[in-house]
Design a protein around this ligand. Sequence first.
Ligand code: GAR
Length: 582
Amino acid sequence: MADDEASSGLSYASAGVSIDAGNHLVDLIKPLAKATARSGCDAALGGFGGLFDLKAAGYRDPVLVMGTDGVGTKLKIAQTCGHHDTVGQDLVAMCVNDILAHGAEPLAYLDYFACGKLEVETARQVVAGIAEGCRIAGCALLGGETAEMPSFYASGEYDLAGFAVGAAERDQLIFGTDTAQAGDVVIGVASSGVHSNGFSLVRRVVTDRGLSYSDACPFQEGTTLGRALLAPTKIYCKLLLPLIRNGSVKAFAHITGGGLLENIPRVLSKDQAAHLDAAQWDVLPVFRWLATSGGIAPREMARTFNCGLGAVVITSPSRADDVIAAIRSGGGDHAAWRIGHIKSRVENTEQVLIDNIDRLVEPLCTPPSPSAASGTRSTHGKRVAVLISGSGTNLQALIDDLNKPSSQHAHIVLVISNKDGVRGLERAQKAGIPTKVISHKGFKDRSEYDELLHQALVEAQAEIVVLAGFMRILSEQFVSKWKGRMLNIHPSLLPSFRGHTAHEQVLASGVRLSGCTVHFVEAEVDAGGIIVQECVPVLPADTLEALQDRVKAVEHKAYPEALRLLATGLVRLADNGQVVFT
Ligand code: GAR
């Protein structure tokens, strides 16, 4: 029974929990989990529990090693920016890097996703990130739980937790605390950024500096501050497990909450100290920016952040060079440095001593470029604003077309969405295009909302407005202000099959031909002078999704073409409503 079939009496759906949405999500994530299957399990979701066969995975005398964690307030940045595709990797990384510290190979992962309102696409993106993390770590996504908890979490908010189950042969387990010895070498392995700790301090720095996550990133060119901070946590398993298994690693510390100062002592005995030199590794620009922008003292940096080292390996002097060489040749951008050594601890002194600690707070030498986020985007031709509500594949087609060197006729100056957190916003931000969310909720009528929209377009000095999956009916006043300068794309051959159920209508009608239409916008919905049409066949076995995909493929050609015609003046709308091609 669907949620809306419980028509009489109170229902779970009316209390804010949609079983249908939950089921839909499970259907979407099943193949993602399945793709992580490995020896020992098939990662087929649906049972009450997840099974794992250690013998089939090749273990003789295994000891299970388990770790649990969350992502912390990095999630707030993901939710503010609408970038949900990387936090899943963070979640997996936090657990699998922890169990790696005992020499364990991650075998299986289970996650817990809790939210106020289940937005299926958001949850799918998060789980896709978790599956990607599992793939990188080599473990199976064996199960999970999705909890929709209205009024417990606000709508648009979610929290994540998960745990990894791993194993090591009993004689290959490592503890560190009883194996490292004075004279051993400390090797630092590069992190990919802040990873998933210290984000309350990161967010405080951003707020105190009056910055927004969509601003150009002050420490990395060609991206936004939000995207740079969301760089996913590096997963060290496949890189370091071979070294652990061949006995080269005496101890391994995952640099997680508590930074270098708190985590390295976890693998040392109380009478040992690690003596490091901060001049020996690259302190990533993000940390120097955080330190200088937030006025954070060097010791506080070392106690909060990984400062450029996501993993620390302790090895014997005779193996140190080989370990560094193996890490550097491990593919990807795995930098590793000899950063210090283990020595006997003088009583009542710190267990981690860092020479040249001021290097952690050295200012960035290159001043940020004001146009950093805009990269090499063209600023030629007509100023275009794109209005979206969802996935934004048409927006992407326009971005890609306008990024071609030959495209001098237009550039996108603003993307507005009436919904927060949609994929289209992410696409725009990735392309360095300014975005605005103007929610349609809470206005007394349509024109009040449209007025706000109009102001935003005027402020951005937009000359052409493109509706790309903008699921709002626009008021007559608004349409008249943009007459001849506003385009829409519709997924059928207009004037047939108007409205938001075009594909359903096409399939129900039995027509053998459909397609898409780009047209000037009139107050009447899905009407107005036609500029470009493209056809696709309707096949006997077509499902809604299959037809939609085929139509979208031609939309992505038709829309850039129509925009080109309008922006270059090759097409215009005459006063009598006729489309004139020159
Ligand atoms: C497109 O198929 C577009 O034709 C349709 O919304 C989809 C948006 O997709 N528009 C309408 O139905 C308007 N009546 P997108 O996320 O790829 O932009």
